[in-house]
Every structure is written in structure tokens, then in C-alpha cells.
Write a protein of this length. Structure first.
Ligand SMILES: *Cc1c(COP(=O)(O)O)cnc(C)c1O
Length: 381
């Protein structure tokens, strides 16, 4: 349908064969393939523990729970992100406190605004590495230390991105990853939690499976006959089919991320010095996982028309993001008003995301850029 879709998965026979092998093995629920996936992911990210789960939303929920966040607590988080982050705070009964982004060039949470929003009720800071560009983790970790706050990192965009030589997901208390189908690697649905803290890892493993002290696999192997329940847990498990696909996807990730970087570079080169918009994250290029390619239209460019024109030319675009504090549910339940996060609200009106995925050919980048340039020239002359 689209000549150039917004994204496409990076699958081939390897994922098909891996999934088939699991199905033929007869053991589908969380077991040894998942353990292998977790070990590989922990190694890749440079952390002690990786815990595979059913989604990043599940990961974020358990991250908040494991840090004992609940009613009466405040958690600082960005508004310019996917709603799952704030939802995961609300699930616990805590209050999300929305914080502005840094600038029109840096769409990550502003450390200055984090500092301004810390109160005696603040328990944690939940950050998002927007588009895969790392937040200012030094300043965020300093603030956390000074005010004794936990740090949860939503790394849904940031698989394979680095900050000062460290993989994202290895800084802060808990990292949360997504393997939803539009992410840098996918298992359809799925996610991962990373932590270096043994106690948190133990608690999260329990919570992932109803707070039960043994797994079906343990009982199958004759290691246990019964179980106790020691936590309020969930069914947030991944399964072996997804883990098998995840192992294959993780192997491809470094080369897929390189390709994303090349494509981003091409975009930046072709679109430099064009009147009508800016490309954010100018100085963050090297360490990003290049999850998406956002641009910021000038105030006098009509976004609706721009996106419609690209659609007519077969190019799918998107908006990242409608801000969470302006959603009806959030304004109704928490009383958040407009005009409280000026940079977020400004960017949210003008941002457009252009297509980016590893199998996107050079020709497609040229095509998209030509259509964009042509529109902006015509639209403004
Ligand atoms: C995709 C995404 C999520 C949710 O991930 P799921 O695996 O679909 O639950 C959370 N946060 C951000 C920033 C995302 O992009």
C-alpha cells in the first residue's frame, strides 16, 4: 500500500526456523530458550540481570512496583513520549509529574525541569531516550543521588544505544525495553528488564509469574512439587517462540542499527540547509540507536497538509508524540492543563517522523527527501 512505509521489520528465514524449532520441541512456555535470550541480552547490554517479559509496559509496571512506588508517591516523567510510561506509574497509585523537554534541538527530558519538580513526595525519575538519543544521564544520576531518588529508564527506543561507552539500560536502577513490532528489534510483542541489582532482579522475576516461588518448568523437571506465593504478581511472562525470535533479532541488531545510522546520516545530508524545518539532536548523532527520524517543521508549515502530501506520494509519516498530559484521561483525572510544558507543547504541534527502517534503500531516502524539499519550496514560495 505504501511506497515507503514508516517502518518495516527485519525478518528472514532465521526467525521462521527459530520459531519452528520451538514449536516442534513441544515446550512453548517460558523455559530454556528464554534463559538463553536473557543471558545474551544481559551480555549485550552489560548488566548482571536481564528478565524477559511480555511487553515494555509490563516491564515499566514491575519496575515501579519493585521500587515500592505507590499511593502518595510522585514519579517525574516526560510527557512527550508513549503513554505507557505514565500509565505504568498510575497503575501503582502514584502520581506522574510531567516534565518538559530540554530544547527544540533536544527532545529528551530536561534535567533542569526535573530539578524544579522534585518535592518531598518524589520517589523516582522515569526517563525516555527519545528516538534512541541518550538523555543527559550524568546530570540525571547526580540529581537522583542528591535527592535519593530511583531512576527507571524507558529504553524502548534505545536498544543498542550508548552513553559515554555504556549501553543504555545499564545506567540507573532499572532499564525497560520493548520488542513491539515497530522497535529496533521485535518479537511481535515482548520486552526486557535490565538491572544490576540482585534484590530487584529476584523481586521482578517473582512478580513476572504471579509471585510464585516455582515455575512450571521447575515442576516439569521434577525440581519442585508445589509453590508458595510471596508477592502480588502478574502474568507478564514472555514465551519460548518469542524468545527464539528475539535471539535471532538480537544477533542482527548491531548491523541493523548501523544501517539506521547510515540512513539517518543520508537524511541529514540531503535535508541540510533546507528552509522549512529543523532536524533535532544535532550533536547526539554518534551514540543513538536511530529508532526514528523526527523533524521539526517551521511554525508557518501546515503539518496536516505536509503529511497529506507525503501520503499522496506513498510516504507514511507519524507524530511522536501527542503529549500525555493533554490526553483526556490525564486532564480529567489529574487536572493537567495546557500551557504547562511550553517546549513539549510546541514540539508536539510541529514534529513529523519520516520513514526509517534497516531495509529502507538509499533510493527511498532520496525519494522521501525530494518530495519533502519540493513541498517545502512550493508551499512557501
Ligand atoms: C513502544 C513503547 C513503549 C511500550 O512498549 P510495549 O512493548 O508496546 O509495551 C513504552 N515506551 C516507549 C517510549 C515506547 O516507544
Amino acid at each position: 500500500m505504501w511506497k515507503v512505509p514508516l517502518f518495516d521489520i527485519s525478518f528472514d528465514e532465521k526467525e521462521v526456523i527459530a520459531a519452528q524449532e520451538v514449536i516442534r520441541s513441544g515446550w512453548l512456555t517460558m523455559g530454556e530458550v528464554t534463559q538463553e535470550f536473557e543471558q545474551r541480552f544481559a551480555e549485550f547490554t552489560g548488566v548482571k540481570h536481564a528478565i524477559a517479559v511480555s511487553s515494555c509496559t509490563a516491564a515499566l509496571h514491575m519496575a515501579n512496583r519493585a521500587l515500592d512506588i505507590g499511593p502518595g508517591d510522585e514519579v517525574i516523567c516526560p510527557s512527550l513520549t508513549f503513554v505507557a510510561g505514565a500509565n505504568s506509574i498510575v497503575y501503582t497509585g502514584a502520581q506522574p509529574v510531567f516534565t518538559d523537554i530540554t530544547s527544540l534541538n533536544d527532545f529528551s527530558i530536561s534535567p533542569q525541569d526535573i530539578e524544579a519538580k522534585i518535592t518531598p513526595l518524589t520517589k523516582a525519575i522515569q526517563v525516555v531516550h527519545y528516538a534512541g538519543y541518550p538523555c543527559d544521564m550524568d546530570r540525571i544520576m547526580d540529581l537522583a543521588k542528591t535527592h535519593q531518588l530511583h531512576v527507571i529508564t524507558d529504553c524502548a527506543h534505545a536498544i543498542g544505544a550508548e552513553y559515554k561507552g555504556k549501553m543504555l539500560g545499564s545506567i540507573g536502577d532499572i532499564g525497560c525495553f520493548s520488542f513491539f513490532s515497530n522497535k529496533n528489534m521485535t518479537t511481535g510483542e515482548g520486552g526486557m528488564i535490565t538491572t544490576n541489582n540482585d534484590e530487584l532482579a529476584t523481586r521482578i522475576r517473582l512478580m513476572r509469574s504471579h509471585g510464585m516461588t516455582t515455575l512450571t518448568l521447575d515442576r516439569h523437571k521434577g525440581h519442585a512439587f508445589s509453590y508458595d506465593v510471596v508477592e502480588l504478581g502478574y502474568n507478564y511472562r514472555i514465551d519460548e517462540i518469542r524468545s527464539a525470535m528475539g535471539i535471532q533479532q538480537l544477533k542482527k541488531l548491531p548491523s541493523d542499527n548501523n544501517r539506521r545510522r547510515e540512513l539517518s546520516k543520508m537524511y541529514r545530508k540531503n535535508l541540510s540547509d533546507i528552509d522549512g524545518f529543523e532536524i533535532p539532536f544535532k550533536n547526539h548523532f554518534k551514540t543513538s540507536s536511530h529508532h526514528i527520524f523526527p523533524v521539526l517543521l517551521d511554525k508557518d508549515v501546515d503539518r496536516q497538509n505536509f503529511m497529506k502530501h507525503l501520503k499522496d506520494k506513498g510516504i507514511q509519516t507519524s507524530i511522536h508524540y501527542p503529549p500525555i498530559h493533554q490526553f483526556e484521561f490525564y486532564s480529567r483525572n489529574f487536572g493537567y492543563k495546557d500551557d504547562i510544558l511550553p517546549i513539549t507543547e510546541d514540539v508536539a504541534k510541529r514534529e513529523v517522523t519520516l520513514p526509517l527502517y534497516p531495509s529502507m534503500g538509499d533510493k527511498n531516502v532520496t525519494y522521501v527527501c525530494n518530495i519533502v524539499i519540493e513541498y517545502l519550496k512550493k508551499g512557501r514560495s
